[in-house]
Design a protein around this ligand. Structure first.
Ligand code: FDA
Length: 318
């Protein structure tokens, strides 16, 4: 039995590695996008995790969830935009989300990757675009959350965040507890007003700069959250880790006025629902867009068992 479990674990790790490689393979992506039956088949499996391809899909589900008592965060999926024209188009799409939220009286959150709005081309482009987005969002009482990407971009992302945060307190940042540097970064981030979303970290990083999933990482996660709570700083607890959530609940952290719990759409929905039913502020991070393939690969790679669900969803959908 133990041997069989080990074999399954090894297989899952191989699937995880393969999926990470496939995710960034341009030929595979073009093949999927250009082959209608493959595209529509995979889309059936993706439906659990993305709201759809159009902004209206995201806005519709956001309205429904807000009606059920959740907070929401909405992202137009994408990263590493390679041309200035594309980065401007993406920025326009984020401005449209803000307009739609405002039209539906939803003072909610918009999430984005800075590399989606130009960071990979030139940090100045991302800075210019995020300022425009932050300005419009602040007029409509909407929060912008900047995601954290791989460690090669951490300095650039933090630098842009600090610049924007000085003028726009409605802009927040994500911090990855798995990076050793985060213990220091957090001290400086506490001096800026924006909300801080705490995640473990999704990217594979060298072992000298990041810790693996471990007790050490759990402790670091709890330590960062504790610093934020003690400083009365707005914080989003973004994890599905039951041990961490139980520990924070025991410490009464969820009753703190500046705290919310945030999970991605379609992942551990029952856990978030339980927390919401206890009266804690819970947020669902929604995504939409054509570029869902990479997003889905990330969700399977971070939890290979999701592959079984993905296949089941494809087979059982009509
Ligand atoms: P961990 O990975 O240890 O998982 C704990 C348990 O949660 C697992 O044992 C499993 O039961 C469950 N679980 C985890 N992932 C699952 C999945 N995909 N499907 C089903 N169950 C799963 N990362 C990043 O680097 N930059 C970012 O900006 C963000 N942004 C972000 C926003 C939000 C709202 C969330 C929830 C997550 C992110 N992440 C992220 C991802 C984050 O870094 C991390 O990879 C995942 O949250 C999984 O880590 P956990 O803390 O849940 O712990």
């Amino acid at each position: 039995m133990k041997k069989e479990l080990n074999r399954l674990k090894t297989l899952e790790l191989e699937v995880q590695k393969a999926i990470k490689q496939v995710a960034r393979n341009k030929d595979v992506k073009s093949y999927i996008q250009e082959t209608e039956h493959v595209y529509s088949l995979l889309r059936k499996g993706a439906c659990r995790y993305i709201t759809g391809e159009k902004r209206d899909d995201g806005i519709g589900i956001a309205q429904k969830l807000v009606g059920e008592g959740y907070r929401v965060s909405l992202e137009y999926i994408g990263e590493n935009t390679m041309t200035v024209e594309e980065s401007v188009k993406v920025k326009e799409e984020f401005l449209h989300i803000i307009e739609d939220f405002s039209r539906h009286s939803m003072q909610q959150t918009v999430s984005l990757d800075l590399s989606h709005i130009g960071l990979t081309i030139d940090p100045k482009i991302a800075k210019k675009n995020i300022i425009e987005i932050a300005e419009k969002a602040s007029l409509h009482n909407i929060t912008i959350m900047i995601s954290m990407e791989e460690s090669a971009k951490t300095d650039a992302i933090l630098s842009i965040y600090k610049h924007v945060s000085k003028n726009f307190s409605n802009v927040g940042i994500t911090i990855q507890a798995h990076l050793y540097r985060s213990r220091e970064d957090i001290k400086e981030l506490l001096t800026y007003p924006g909300k801080i979303r705490v995640v473990k970290g999704a990217y594979k990083e060298p072992t000298d700069i990041a810790m693996p999933r471990s007790n050490e990482l759990t402790e670091n996660y709890l330590h960062i959250v504790e610093l934020l709570i003690e400083a009365d700083h707005p914080v989003s607890i973004a994890t599905y880790d039951k041990n961490i959530l139980d520990e924070l609940e025991q410490r009464n952290f969820f009753q703190h006025p500046n705290v919310e719990i945030e999970m991605l759409y379609g992942i551990q929905p029952n856990l978030l629902n339980e927390l919401k039913n206890k009266g804690y502020p819970c947020k669902i991070y929604l995504t939409y867009g054509n570029d869902w393939f990479l997003y889905i690969c990330h969700r399977i790679a971070e939890h290979p068992e999701n592959l079984y669900q993905f296949i089941t969803d494809i087979v059982s959908s009509k």
